[in-house]
Design a protein around this ligand. Structure first.
Ligand code: MHO
Length: 238
């Protein structure tokens, strides 16, 4: 069954693509979450960084911060590439998410709106924490351009931008049962995690600790572990 999103994109309502073998894959985490939305340059990198961060449940990339209705990658208008994170506040705090934000991009970089540095707050508490952390950064360096603005609208980016690094491994996509157009590309916890691990985020120790929960077969686990080991510590690239 299909239906059409508000920006004309095709949405697949038929969500899970189950075979018996795939029934135990950890796509869903049944925990309460809060949202954090950030812009820190090209969104592929932060999608991987946060996806492998403990306490992060889901990630999606998209366009936010502008006025243009229904932006796309080729017609982004005044929007900024952004990452929208669902996190479990019992496992990670908003301040910790912001520490990663500051440590993983250059907030003094003057760029076009597409790549500018932004913190979108969802409530007053986030606003306060963000303002404090910005002040701290300004004490440390000159010329910080990061702006703190209220969250308004987030437009999902095209499917090929979601979990971009993971999608470079079609055999892994197949192993976790995510087919073209699946909403799991956006909603899956497992996809968020693996999108980080394939570029080394999270590190091999964390991978070994949690991989048992993912419901993956041995061969897939070995393939991913090799990638984590190969790329661990390489940092964020786009
Ligand atoms: N360097 C990348 C940027 C991609 S991005 C999602 C490219 O040339 O496509 O902005």
């Amino acid at each position: 069954m299909l239906h059409i999103g508000r920006c004309g994109q095709v949405l697949f309502v038929c969500k899970h693509h189950f075979s018996q073998k795939m029934a135990n894959l950890l796509h869903d985490l049944n925990v309460n979450t809060k949202k954090a939305t950030l812009a820190m340059g090209c969104f592929w990198g932060p999608d991987s960084l946060y996806g492998a961060t403990k306490g992060v449940v889901r990630t999606r990339v998209g366009y936010s911060g502008g006025e243009k209705p229904c932006p796309t990658y080729r017609s982004i208008g005044d929007h900024t590439e952004s990452i929208d994170i669902d996190y479990n506040p019992d496992e990670i705090s908003y301040s910790e998410l912001l520490n990663l934000f500051w440590a993983n991009h250059d907030p003094t970089l003057k760029t076009k709106p597409q790549y500018t540095s932004l913190i979108f707050y969802h409530d007053n508490e986030q606003k306060q924490i963000a303002e404090e952390s910005l002040k701290e950064q300004e004490r440390l360096k000159e010329g910080v351009v990061t702006r703190i603005i209220p969250f308004k609208e987030f437009y999902n980016a095209e499917d090929y931008h979601q979990k971009y690094r993971l999608q470079q491994y079609p055999q892994l996509m197949e192993a976790i049962g995510i087919t073209k157009g699946s909403t799991l590309l956006i909603d899956s916890h497992l996809a968020a995690r693996l999108n980080g691990y394939v570029v080394g985020f999270g590190g091999v120790n964390q991978f070994n600790e949690e991989v048992g929960k993912f419901g993956l077969d041995e061969k897939t686990i070995e393939d991913i572990r090799d990638l984590v080991i190969k790329y661990e510590g390489m940092g964020l690239t786009c």
